[in-house]
Design a protein around this ligand. Structure first.
Ligand code: UD1
Ligand code: CA
Length: 451
């Protein structure tokens, strides 16, 4: 049966001290809310409803960028987690199956944990709550266990001293049949210390109807929520160390793991080598056996087998390196195909271009792709040789096995096999330098004497 995912993301996040809604702050290069949405992937949600409030106008496109089918609903006033879930009722009208509630600011819940909750539901509990044990229960809701499983959840603010002793806490996630969930929420009130509609009250409501509730526990680290910039920074460190460990486990060589920064969706193949101080932005795929040398920055690119990038290279969105391609130091590549075995080894900008197989691009070559209004393409054939410091004024096409002379400004197409020279001819004047030196030396001596 299908499962719906409800992501609570309406809170302001006051303690972030930010104009950006809390759930849009990035972790591993993507907004927090995307982590929450992705955590539900384990149950292949048939519907995703994001409850937005503060900054809903910005939250909506971010949620849809990750999943165009996500439905974003509004909670204009934040009256509590129960009230927030209620805002998803209309979007889920007639939905048959379970609903799982996750928090937009809690990015580390593992898909496996959500799968366990789904399994516990399948095993017969009307409500499944995610719990965790902690030595520091502080302001978390406490899970009150009775002879038949979970009896109720009491918020710290409303708890007795005795209840505050409980160390089994509410991680926030809840799974229940969708119809039952909204039905139970209809019955809850806001007569509590916060004056809020608590989602957690559905447990006692279910028990009073003779239904059972149970707890799936996870490690405390999974339920870590982000409330401040400091927590966000700590979360980033945790995220990065997880990604590093994952890469190492997958057979990637990281010579200095702590200095490599990954993104949420970075994919690196087995036996790839990543040297120190490499940063991966969103949407990067590195195939097996590729080498990313030190101090390189990559985003939105694909690096094929045996290709070598860097040191000090920058690959921007749309950079595509075929097998064995080389992009060396101080080279920037954007929206460009570098075909098999082609080399751009030093100090170049290659943008809106395609470079044929085995072509060599000399040091300092620039594709002049922008005329101040529009971008234009540079097409270079196979086995071509572009002399150092060639300016390729796009749109321009260089044929197969064509050559450009060093220092040329090429603004006309060069056919296959042709050599193009586009620079002033050299003039050499024998003895002229010596004469000039003498003249200058004499002028200086005269001035020094006068002074
Ligand atoms: C909640 C739980 C608590 C649990 C804790 C775990 C309730 C009543 N309490 O408390 O038992 O231990 O999470 O972190 O559920 N939100 C909305 N709209 C609202 C209120 C909240 O969208 O009106 C969203 C927030 O943006 C956040 C999530 O719901 O993503 C949790 O809300 P928060 O206020 O942080 O709940 P806690 O008080 O921490
Ligand atoms: Ca919280």
């Amino acid at each position: 049966m299908a499962t719906a995912l409800i992501v609570l993301a309406a809170g302001q996040g006051t303690r972030m001290n930010s104009d950006l809604p809390k759930v849009l702050h990035p972790l591993g290069g993507v907004p927090l809310v995307v982590h929450a949405m992705a955590s539900g992937n384990a149950v292949s949600p048939g519907k995703i409803v994001v409850v937005a409030g503060h900054g809903a106008k910005q939250v909506e496109p971010a949620a849809k960028a990750y999943n165009p089918d996500a439905i974003v609903v509004r909670q204009d006033e934040q009256l509590g987690t129960g009230h927030a879930v209620m805002q998803a009722a209309k979007a889920l009208e007639g939905f048959k199956g379970d609903a799982i509630v996750v928090y937009g600011d809690t990015p580390f819940v593992r898909p496996e944990t959500i799968a366990k909750m789904a399994a516990a539901r399948a095993a017969g509990s009307a409500i499944v709550v995610l719990g965790f044990n902690t030595e520091n229960p502080w302001r978390y809701g406490r899970l009150v266990i009775g002879p038949d499983g979970l009896d109720r959840i009491v918020e710290a603010k409303d708890a007795t001293d005795q209840e505050l002793e409980i160390t089994l806490c509410n991680g926030g996630l809840v799974a229940a049949d969708t119809t039952l969930l909204f039905d139970l929420l209809q019955s809850i009130g806001n007569d509590n210390a916060s004056g809020e509609y608590y989602l957690t009250d559905i447990v006692a409501a279910a028990r009073s109807r003779g239904l059972t509730a149970s707890v799936v526990t996870c490690d405390e680290s999974e339920t870590l929520g982000i409330n401040t910039r400091a927590e966000l920074a700590r979360a980033e460190a945790i995220f990065q160390s997880k990604k590093r460990a994952e890469a190492l486990e997958n057979g990637v060589t990281l010579t200095a793991p702590d200095s490599v920064f990954f993104c949420f969706d970075t994919v690196i193949g087995r036996d790839a080598v990543v040297e120190p101080n490499v940063v991966f932005g969103p949407d990067v795929t590195i195939e097996s056996g590729a080498t990313i040398r030190a101090f390189s920055h990559l985003e939105g690119c694909h690096v094929s087998r045996e290709a070598v990038v860097g040191p000090y290279a920058r690959l921007r969105p749309g950079a595509e390196l075929a097998e064995g391609a080389k992009v060396g130091n101080f080279v920037e590549v954007k929206n460009a195909m570098i075909s098999e075995g082609a080399k751009v080894n030093h100090l170049s900008y290659i943008g809106d271009a395609s470079i044929g197989a085995r072509s060599n691009i000399g040091a300092g070559t620039i594709t002049c792709n922008y005329d101040g209004f529009m971008k234009h393409r540079t097409e270079i054939g196979e086995g071509a040789f572009i002399g150092s410091n060639t300016m390729l004024v796009a749109p321009v096409t260089i044929g197969n096995e064509a050559m450009t002379a060093t220092g040329s400004v090429i603004n006309k197409n060069v056919p296959d096999g042709a050599l193009a020279l586009a620079r002033a001819r050299q003039v050499t004047k024998p003895g002229m330098a010596r004469k000039l030196f003498e003249k200058l030396r004499a002028a200086k001596a005269k001035r020094d004497k006068g002074a």
